[in-house]
Design a protein around this ligand. Sequence first.
Ligand code: HEC
Ligand code: HEC
Ligand code: HEC
Length: 132
Amino acid sequence: MQDGGKILLGLLVFLALAFFPFYYNVGKAKARPEPSLKTPEIQKLKVKECVEPKAFMRANHMQMLDEWRDQALRRGQRVYVSSRGVRFDISLQNTCMRCHSNKKKFCDECHNYLAVRPYCWDCHVAPKEKEL
Ligand code: HEC
Ligand code: HEC
Ligand code: HEC
């Protein structure tokens, strides 16, 4: 009976070690993405705000970018007036990526986690990474 206990303990230790890499990675994969706001342009802002409120941006930036593209290319409209009445140039590169100049630690941080691969950068120039 005592030997049986030792064998069982040995087996448990073996299993724990054998599966260590597995649950170690599970923990990692669950870590939520943390998009960084540490860029020179965002640091300069007096009020740390995006084009629209954060929750809206988080949920709707894809649709917003689609609309921006249609507005700029189909209707020649190059200015967006936000819900707070602030004017922004309609431009992926010169507006979004000017503030979010840390694409790798911002956009990619979320997208990689979710395995989303926007194809925009096939044509649009990604910003030269600038962070603080
Ligand atoms: C004037 C600088 C500025 C511009 C321009 C800007 N952002 Fe932001 N963005 C911010 C700031 C600051 C925050 C954080 C807002 C907060 O915490 O309330 C933010 C937040 C976000 C978030 C939410 C992040 C999160 O953690 O949930 C997304 C997504 C986003 N921006 C995408 C964009 C896109 C896409 C564009 C262009 C359409 C854009 N931003 C343009 C400054 C900017
Ligand atoms: C807070 C997390 C987060 C941040 C930060 C973020 N995104 Fe996203 N993005 C998402 C999610 C989630 C989706 C997928 C939404 C879906 O499939 O419905 C997405 C989808 C997109 C899409 C559509 C891609 C497709 O294939 O449908 C574009 C374009 C995009 N993001 C651009 C950007 C840009 C540009 C930035 C940086 C300025 C950015 N996103 C930052 C979470 C984020
Ligand atoms: C096949 C090449 C190509 C791809 C892929 C592409 N674009 Fe564009 N996009 C262009 C061109 C060309 C323009 C026109 C530039 C101009 O006239 O200002 C443009 C203009 C835009 C504009 C308005 C003007 C500006 O300077 O930003 C937005 C917004 C935009 N694209 C968003 C996107 C987003 C978001 C994606 C990814 C989901 C994307 N584009 C993918 C080629 C592309």
